[in-house]
Design a protein around this ligand. Structure first.
Ligand SMILES: [Fe+2]
Ligand SMILES: [Fe+2]
Length: 188
């Protein structure tokens, strides 16, 4: 499917704010990919589609992802499910076949240990795109995203941890694994 058609479909599927966010992530992901030597087109495509399932009811997210490996905690959470459903819709509705792009969409909410460059870029672009409502540490995170993807991942994961704690929820095990993985190693 051509990008213009994807944009047209997304505009209908998402609310205005989410649609603007999507375009912001597309542009930010493309710029970061250029900076870090990753594939710009893949990054832009994953950025454009990363939230394609975000505005669906939870029941439809679960239905879209019925063949995926999902745990019971995920099934109860729109915040977690939209990433898995997004992967499925990107493939089944938007015609994306590239597994690297699909994986970047799949992991953009929880993260996981040892992420690919593309996965890190989408996770981070989602947090720093220009339309993001300011949150504590955003400027610092934007600076880190221009210097070092692993350091930026660690900072971003800590911010997610804070956010999850504030909401009184528990951190998903995949995010915990990511946090441990990106913890800076002390040099002896
Ligand atoms: Fe998302
Ligand atoms: Fe997003």
């Amino acid at each position: 499917m051509k990008r213009d058609k994807m944009e047209y479909k997304l505009k209908k599927a998402l609310d205005h704010q989410r649609f603007e966010h999507t375009l912001g992530v597309e542009a930010t992901a493309r710029a970061m990919a250029r900076m870090f030597g990753e594939d710009e087109e893949k990054a832009a495509l994953a950025g454009l589609l990363h939230d394609c399932a975000k505005c669906l009811p939870l029941s439809q997210m679960v239905k879209a992802a019925k063949h995926e490996d999902i745990d019971p905690v995920m099934k109860e959470s729109k915040a977690l499910m939209h990433a898995v459903a997004g992967r499925c819709l990107a493939r089944d509705v938007y015609g994306v076949e590239d597994e690297a792009v699909l994986r970047a969409i799949r992991w953009h909410t929880t993260g996981h240990a040892d992420m690919t460059g593309l996965e890190k870029i989408i996770y981070l672009a989602d947090m720093i795109e220009p339309n993001r409502k300011p949150f504590p540490g955003l400027d610092m995170l934007r600076e880190l995203c221009m210097k070092d993807l692993d350091e930026a991942m660690h900072a971003a994961l800590l911010m997610s941890l804070e956010h999850v704690k504030e909401q009184g929820k528990t951190l998903h095990p995949d995010t915990l694994a990511a946090l441990t993985y990106y913890e800076p190693q002390l040099e002896c």
